[in-house]
Design a binder for this molecule. Sequence first.
Ligand code: SAM
Length: 279
Amino acid sequence: MREREAITTADFNYIRDLVRDQSALTLETGKEYLLEARLDPLARLEGFASCGHLVRRLRTGPFTDLHRRVVEAMTNNETTFFRDPRVFGMLANSVLPSLLAARSAERSLTIWCAACSTGQEPYSVAMLLREHQPSLDGWRIRIVASDISRGVLARARAGRYSQVEINRGLPASRLVKYFSQHGSTWELSPEIRQMVEFREINLIQSWQHLPAVHLILMRNVLIYFDMAAKRSILEKAGQLLDPRGYLVLGGAETTTNLDDSFEPVSFGGAVFFRPRASR
Ligand SMILES: C[S@@+](CC[C@H](N)C(=O)[O-])C[C@H]1O[C@@H](n2cnc3c(N)ncnc32)[C@H](O)[C@@H]1O
């Protein structure tokens, strides 16, 4: 058996810079334990004796798919169905009805879930919209969901969830309505799955081929970025968003002091961001 090799400061700095350059995620000094916890499983899977050996290989060769997978392994994919019930309550009762009223002449609505992780967020939106049927018959509804991580996108497309994932945020009424059980797994019905199209999009790279969007959910991802990355992503979001549209961020995120082209609007204690009328 080969010896374990600890992560050195140079290894840590290399991964910190790789992850920042490829994804904008920041890895603070002192987070060596996090790096080892996230990279050890990948190192084992790839046949390296330790995380240290894996990093040494990355540092001495050209950029490969292994580098991409290391960046992917450093992402935090925490998510749940209907995460933050106040936000989903206001989406269902105020924001979606007002967007649908504003779009009634065009009869089309496009929603983008940027950083969708394993799919619970876009599928929660799809369930809300499904519950507006039949009044949406004849509408063109697009829900585009994206993430940087191919691993989570594959899981999202499959639409299969464990009991633990189901227990987090999904009301029993919707479990019965939209899921079927296969052993220890719950499978989402094709009618909801086919409402969402998944794509790989890195928020710090080009957002090519995205249509104009009426609602952007970009939740619990900006918190991991530095100021410059947050500003540049919000600026691009402002350009993509319809002037009557809404941006939804995570509970700890805001546009304030980052991008003046948005103004916060409070709906029943949940904050949404809207393009300022003057822009
Ligand atoms: C904490 S999860 C949030 C999931 C969901 N939006 C929610 O609020 O429940 C953050 C997601 O952002 C993704 N992510 C991190 N950096 C990214 C980047 N540069 N571009 C796109 N997605 C990124 C991660 O892969 C992860 O799935």
